[in-house]
Design a binder for this molecule. Structure first.
Ligand SMILES: *Cc1c(COP(=O)(O)O)cnc(C)c1O
Length: 355
């Protein structure tokens, strides 16, 4: 299905930010996409309008019971100037799963992708060109009905906004220090950890704050029941290389099925490496370190793509991984994935979509 969305252009275009000092998620482009839902009309009135404040009633349901889901993806500029998206169909499908889990009426199939394409097409000059930069794309859907009561809303708004971004970590690809969280938990099987719902992230703020105070950039989440098995790193999926085997947590219901995670697994299998989606206890990670078999640890996610881990701290015992340096597999995955995303490397899986 091809959609045509009416466009109202801004009368006051903003200047583009200096590509040398792009922060992550701090500036937004000139336009945004909006679409409404109500019971009578379903999803309707998709449109592109100037970026600006939304008008909502204080009673809007999202403010009280957090009925909201979002996605995170990126647009890239290829060396020959094309605007590229990476596996947008996966974000679309995941968003519709997220909707279903918290009773938001799903968008018609493919509509999220079409909305993203229409907006990126209009704003293509905002995709920065400098190495490590991209256009972050944030689609989200939330409950707008003015009603205080715990039930699914009867009205929603679907919004897409765009933000030109620099590298997620200001210093580029550099090893991070990670605190293994054994007090708080992020999610449990049967909860909402496997969807991108805003409410999941408020839960992690206290943890992140405490980790920052101890000098760590992120936390490694353990499973919510036994606090034993490694699950995710901050808002990224976690990978461990032990004695030649690359291990990541299986999708148990408490893990977010990352698109970068899926892409990493696909590449590793293509390269013929031993790959396991299996439960891995933090004790096994520490034992592997003691035996000299812990080769690399890294996180995967849209924002930072691949983020190598240089240090882990669990119950006050610190491990320096790969001497605190970027591991060869982390570097290779980063180069391959960013190469495909930017249209510089061959795309054997048909992941890249031109706008
Ligand atoms: C978004 C997210 C990821 C990474 O998913 P990608 O699709 O690779 O960006 C991993 N874990 C959590 C909790 C997330 O929110």
């Amino acid at each position: 299905m091809h959609y045509q969305f009416p466009v109202t252009k801004t009368t006051a275009p903003k200047g583009k930010p200096d590509p040398e000092c792009l922060n992550f998620g701090a500036t937004f482009t000139d336009h945004m996409f909006l679409m409404d839902y109500n019971v009578e009309n379903g999803w309707h009135n998709g449109r592109i309008v100037p970026y600006g404040p939304l008008c909502l009633e204080p009673a809007a349901a999202v403010f009280h019971y957090a009925q909201e889901i979002f996605e995170g993806m990126k647009g890239y500029r290829s060396p020959d100037g094309r605007a590229l998206l990476f596996r947008p169909d996966m974000n679309d499908r995941r968003a519709m799963n997220s909707c279903e889990r918290i009773c938001i009426p799903p968008l018609p199939e493919g509509l999220m992708t079409e909305a993203v394409k229409a907006l990126v097409d209009l704003e293509r000059d905002w995709i920065p060109e400098k190495e490590g930069t991209s256009l972050y794309i944030r689609p989200f859907i939330f409950a707008t009905e003015p009603f205080i009561g715990v039930r699914a809303s009867n009205e929603y708004l679907f919004v897409v906004i765009l933000s030109p971004v620099g590298p997620y970590y200001a210093g580029g690809l550099a090893p991070t220090r990670i605190y293994v969280e054994d007090k708080y938990v992020r999610s449990v099987p049967g909860g909402t950890g496997e969807i991108k719902a805003g409410g999941n992230y408020a839960v992690g703020l206290r943890t992140e704050h405490e980790a920052h105070e101890k000098g760590y950039s992120q936390v490694l989440w353990l499973d919510g029941i036994e606090r034993k098995y490694v699950e995710e790193i901050g808002t990224s999926n976690a990978f461990f290389v032990i004695d030649g085997e690359v291990i990541t947590s299986p999708l148990t219901g408490s893990i977010l099925p990352g698109i970068t995670r899926d892409s990493v697994l696909t590449l590793l299998r293509k390269w013929g490496l031993k790959v396991s989606e299996r439960k891995l206890s933090i004790q096994e990670v520490y034992d592997a370190f003691d035996q000299g078999k812990l080769e690399e640890v890294f996180a995967s996610g849209t924002a930072a793509v691949i983020s190598p881990v240089g240090e882990l701290c669990w119950k006050d015992r610190k491990l320096s991984i790969n001497g605190g340096n970027i591991g060869p597999l982390s570097q290779k995955l980063y180069d391959e994935l960013t190469g495909i995303q930017l249209g510089k490397k061959e795309d054997p899986f048909g992941w890249v979509v031109e706008v």
